[in-house]
Design a binder for this molecule. Structure first.
Ligand code: 13P
Length: 259
């Protein structure tokens, strides 16, 4: 983390968990974020149906609300889908794009990821674009080229003016929901690699302003070590974001590293 150039972001991803009533209850337990400095942001990415409840329950508490997916088209005959504009209108600031679960179970490709990232930016949302290698890729030593490809493809429609509004989350698939967190050094190596790809495409000044998060079994015990690394600017947290106490603890750990 280097808050001289970029924001520290702690983001929760509830995935398909919690009703609107659960969301209200969660924010009551979580309590206000309080003052953590201008370059710190805490985000909860909630199921679409929970967005109104989360936006209203977190009012005056200084959290940002995110969605977990969106459609790339501005409107039209796409039954069951939600557009970037609809999210923006509902009070959403961030949207996760290209999570490995969406790539695996819903057929998202690097191309659809690039379309969604562009549509999110055009609508004034901040995309959290996810990349990450499988266990097989890692065992074969192919994690870096795989990540390089995903980053380049996902950002293929992002201009120099827009890149600083993009957040990238490095989530190794083998670390998601498994308890096998990447070591801080392994996660740093990949996040640094991602920044070097950004540097090649957008230049050093733009690259150092992009927040790159780590995700995959992050919890209150390992968060501080990961976030202390130069190129890891926060976390995208699944399981541990479902419990208000755990999520708050991660926020406190991150704020302590940042102080
Ligand atoms: P876990 O924190 O449960 O491993 O999930 C990570 C994740 O997929 C966040 O998007």
């Amino acid at each position: 983390m280097n808050t001289r150039y970029r924001k520290l972001i702690i983001a929760g991803n509830w995935k398909m968990n919690k009703t609107p009533a659960d969301a209200r209850d969660f924010f009551k337990k979580l309590g206000p974020l309080g003052r953590k400095g201008g370059r710190f942001e805490a985000v909860l990415c909630v199921p679409a149906i929970d967005i109104p409840a989360a936006v209203s329950a977190s009012k005056e508490m200084r959290y940002s609300i995110g969605a977990q997916n969106m459609h790339q088209a501005p409107s039209g005959a796409y039954t069951g889908e939600i557009s970037a504009d609809m999210l923006k209108n509902a009070g959403v600031k961030y949207v996760i794009i290209g999570h490995s679960e969406r790539r695996e179970y819903f057929g998202e490709t690097d191309f659809t990821v690039s379309e969604k990232v562009k549509a999110a930016l055009d609508a004034g949302l901040r995309p959290i674009m996810c990349v990450g290698e499988s266990l097989q890729h890692r065992q074969d030593g192919l994690e870096k080229p795989h990540i390089a490809y995903q980053v380049a493809a996902g950002l293929s429609q992002v201009s120099e003016e827009q890149i600083s509004r993009v957040v990238i989350a490095y989530e190794p698939i083998w670390a998601i929901g498994t308890g096998n967190t990447a070591t801080a050094q392994d996660a740093q190596d990949i996040c640094c690699h991602i920044r070097s790809i950004l540097r090649e495409k957008y230049g050093a000044r733009k690259a150092r302003a992009v927040s790159i998060l780590y995700g995959g079994s992050m919890n209150p015990e390992n968060a501080a070590d990961l976030i202390a690394m130069e190129d890891i600017d926060g976390g995208l947290i699944g399981g541990a974001s479902l419990t208000a106490e755990k999520f708050r603890k991660i926020i406190e750990e991150a704020a302590a590293v940042n102080s």
